[in-house]
Design a protein around this ligand. Structure first.
Ligand code: C2E
Ligand code: MG
Ligand code: MG
Ligand code: MG
Length: 278
């Protein structure tokens, strides 16, 4: 191939491409195996009330400990899982596991808090998504009033009408809805009016840039006001320091998540925190 194009550069380029391609293939078969080998687990990050610093909920985040390669982050394998269709099996597992964990904490006497699950656009748009959610709730005994579904802004935008119908059904069941990574999508603001959501999660890129990027403070203020105008609770993602926390507190942001309060923790560690809430 390099010869045809008569240059080393082209050859090198394609060699690199095919290497990446092989890595993808490998990851693809690894994802299928990981699922059978039970290599996935959930970590949970607290959501905290900005004013009282009390835990109001936890977000379930998938973790993959690969037998040979170690930890592989969701930003690497979720997009591949979406492409190869494995996201449906993974998403269903995440949902069930989150509900089961809620019940385990409850049985251990912990103060119940909302548990949030991230859902891919592809899942939300699948015809049997509602069925899966209902089954998970019924089979685990989960109280749907303590279940929240996080949907990223980008994903919601395709097939809007179908999404709105699904979201309305979820709300009827008592489930709350969040728009995740708010501010990073291409959407118009019109959907804030149309979508039956409860929470806006300001993407961590804005929070991270608060004191370094001029204009970020104004954007954050505007997003908090926008959310409140539509009757939504606003969550700041990726709060890593005291200064940022005091800024969003002054701006009346409702909740936050971030390393400043806690990294994502395993189920037992969270259980202890929830037990001490009483
Ligand atoms: P997300 O839902 O926006 O989750 C927030 C991400 O930010 C998490 O990364 C979390 O560990 C990280 N984070 C939290 N606080 C801080 C902080 O103070 N500083 C920094 N630098 N990072 C912080 P994680 O767990 O790697 O997840 C990345 C993304 O992968 C998630 O973004 C979500 O979109 C997706 N994801 C995770 N679990 C699932 C899942 O079960 N299903 C689906 N469909 N997607 C998932
Ligand atoms: Mg999320
Ligand atoms: Mg996010
Ligand atoms: Mg994200």
């Amino acid at each position: 191939y390099g010869k045809v194009h008569g240059g080393n550069q082209v050859y090198e380029y394609n060699k690199q491409m095919s290497q990446t391609y092989n890595e993808l293939l490998l990851l693809e078969s690894d994802i299928r195996k990981a699922f059978k080998l039970n290599e996935f687990k959930l970590a949970y990050q607290p959501k905290v009330d900005v004013q009282t610093n009390r835990i109001v909920g936890v977000e379930a985040l998938i973790r993959w400990e690969h037998g040979k390669k170690g930890k592989i982050p969701p930003s690497t394998f979720i997009p591949i899982a979406e492409e190869i269709g494995m996201i449906h099996a993974i998403g269903e597992w995440v949902l069930y596991e989150a509900c089961r964990q809620f019940m385990r904490w409850k049985e251990a006497g912990a103060e119940p808090v909302i548990i949030a699950v991230n859902v891919s656009a592809i899942e939300l748009q699948q015809a049997d998504f509602l069925c899966k959610v209902k089954n998970a709730i019924n089979e685990t005994g989960m109280d749907p009033n303590y279940l929240e579904i996080e949907i990223t802004e980008n994903s919601v935008m395709q097939n809007t009408d179908a999404c709105i119908r699904t979201m309305k059904e979820l709300r009827k069941m008592g489930i709350s809805l969040s728009i995740d990574d708010f501010g990073t999508g291409y959407s118009s603001m019109g959907y804030l009016q149309k979508f039956p959501i409860n929470f806006l999660k300001i993407d961590q890129s804005f929070i991270k840039d608060l004191f370094t990027e001029s204009g970020s403070a104004e954007i954050i203020k505007a997003m908090i006001q926008l959310g409140h105008t539509f009757g939504l609770k606003v969550v700041a993602e990726g709060v890593e320091g005291e200064q940022i926390l005091s800024f969003i507190r002054d701006e009346d942001c409702d909740y936050y998540q971030g390393y400043f309060y806690s990294k994502p923790l395993d189920a037992n560690e969270i259980g202890m925190k929830l037990n001490s809430l009483h």
